[in-house]
Design a protein around this ligand. Structure first.
Ligand SMILES: [Zn+2]
Length: 237
C-alpha cells in the first residue's frame, strides 16, 4: 500500500472523530436550552409557592375583617342594652350578642385554620426556594460544562482541520476530490467512504461484489470505486 493511502486511512479515522466532535458542538445549544428549561420549571414552582403564601395571607386578612365586623356589631348591641327599657327588647339584644359570640368563635376557628395554612404555605415556599437555589447551581454547572466542551471541541477541531489539510496535500488530487465529495455526501459523518475490498471480493461498505478489474486497479492504488455504492476501494496489505 502507498504511504499516502495509509495517511488517507488515518485521516478517515480522524474525520470520523471530527464528525463525532462536530455533533457534540452542534448539540450544545439544545442542551443549554434544556438545562435552562429545567430552571424555568423550578422558577414557576417557586412563583406558585409565593402566590400560595400571598393567598394564605389574604385568607387570614379576610377572616380578621369578618371577625372585626361581628365584634363591632356585638359592641353596638352591648351599648344598646344599657339604654333598653323593655324586657323583650333587652332579651332580643342579649340573644343577638350570643349569636355574635358564636359567630366569632366559629370565625376564630377559621382564623386558626388560615394561620396553619399560612405556615404550610411558607414551608412550601422555603422548599421551592431551596430547590430553585439547587437548580440554579446545577444549571450553572451544566452551562459551564457545556461552554468548556464547546471551547475544547472548537480548539480540537481547529487543530484537526489543520492536520487534515496537511495530510490531504500529500494525496493524489483524484483521490482527494473523490474522498472529499463522498465525505460531504450521505456516506460521510460517522461512516467510512474509503473501504477495503474484503477477502471474498466484496465491497466492505455495501457488501456487493467488486469486479476483477476494479480489484486490480485498487491493488495498484489507482482510483477504484464500488460500482454499487460509489465508495473508494483499497486493498489491504
Ligand atoms: Zn460498495
Amino acid at each position: 500500500m502507498q504511504e499516502w493511502m495509509q495517511s488517507l486511512l488515518d485521516l478517515q479515522e480522524r474525520d470520523m472523530r471530527m464528525a463525532r466532535i462536530e455533533a457534540l458542538v452542534k448539540s450544545v445549544p439544545a442542551e443549554k436550552a434544556a438545562a435552562e428549561n429545567g430552571l424555568k420549571a423550578a422558577e414557576a414552582a417557586r412563583l406558585a409557592a409565593k402566590e400560595g403564601v400571598r393567598n394564605a395571607e389574604m385568607a387570614i386578612k379576610a377572616v380578621e375583617l369578618d371577625i372585626e365586623g361581628v365584634r363591632t356589631k356585638m359592641r353596638d348591641f352591648q351599648t344598646k342594652t344599657a339604654t333598653i327599657k323593655k324586657n323583650d327588647e333587652y332579651q332580643a339584644a342579649l340573644h343577638q350578642i350570643e349569636t355574635c359570640k358564636k359567630q366569632i368563635a366559629a370565625q376564630e376557628e377559621l382564623q386558626m385554620a388560615a394561620m396553619e395554612g399560612l405556615e404550610a404555605a411558607k414551608l412550601a415556599l422555603a422548599d421551592e426556594e431551596k430547590r430553585m437555589a439547587a437548580a440554579k447551581q446545577r444549571v450553572a454547572g451544566m452551562l459551564g460544562d457545556l461552554d468548556a466542551r464547546l471551547a475544547n471541541c472548537t480548539a480540537e477541531l481547529e487543530t484537526m482541520k489543520a492536520q487534515r489539510r496537511d495530510t490531504l496535500g500529500n494525496v493524489p488530487p483524484d483521490f482527494q476530490q473523490r474522498y472529499e465529495r463522498l465525505r460531504a455526501s450521505k456516506f460521510g459523518g460517522g461512516n467510512r467512504v474509503l473501504v477495503a475490498i474484503r477477502a471474498n471480493g466484496s465491497c466492505d461498505g455495501c457488501r456487493m461484489n467488486v469486479t476483477a478489474q476494479i480489484r486490480v486497479n485498487a491493488a495498484k492504488c489507482q482510483l477504484a470505486t464500488c460500482s454499487n455504492c460509489g465508495r473508494i476501494l483499497y486493498v489491504e496489505d
